[in-house]
Design a protein around this ligand. Sequence first.
Ligand code: ADP
Ligand code: MG
Length: 164
Amino acid sequence: MTERDCYLSDEKATLALGETLGQQLQSDRQGLTLFLEGDLGAGKTTFCRGLLRAFGHSGPVKSPTYTLVEEYEFAGRSVNHFDLYRLGDPEELEYMGIRDYFRTESVCLLEWPERGAGVLPEPDLRVTVAVEGRGRRARIEASGERGEGLLNHWPTGDSMEMSF
Ligand code: ADP
Ligand code: MG
């Protein structure tokens, strides 16, 4: 497992972090399973908004708290944004046909993945966000070839102070 840590001083930095990953996914055209962890208000949805922006989505991104998943389609590729905060039982995921969302080429972003423990596949990347000072601390953990490959090629921008 490889991990990186970065300080996100404001909302723009969180958006930029998501956007850099989105750009990588845009160009390599491969799928990804990403877990987003952290308390309410940590910045998980903001990260997803940045990622979706890289795909060309400029509208609002709401956490699909009640519907559990929101699908975004881009020229044959889909980005599925889950928010499992209100999931009562991981088995409900089976009823909604969760497996169909995890096709090899699709990007799945999951907020509150711990609520779906036992049913969800293992993530390629796990991003954990926490409030720190006026900004946020993000930890990115990668596992497997897919996750490690992305993390090792993650470009560092000015708004991000990345460290290993
Ligand atoms: P979550 O999905 O984890 O509940 P949100 O993405 O909805 O959290 O973000 C909650 C609030 O945190 C938003 O008002 C957002 O603008 C703010 N925020 C996101 N990233 C940062 C940051 N790096 N520094 C300060 N505020 C941030
Ligand atoms: Mg959210």
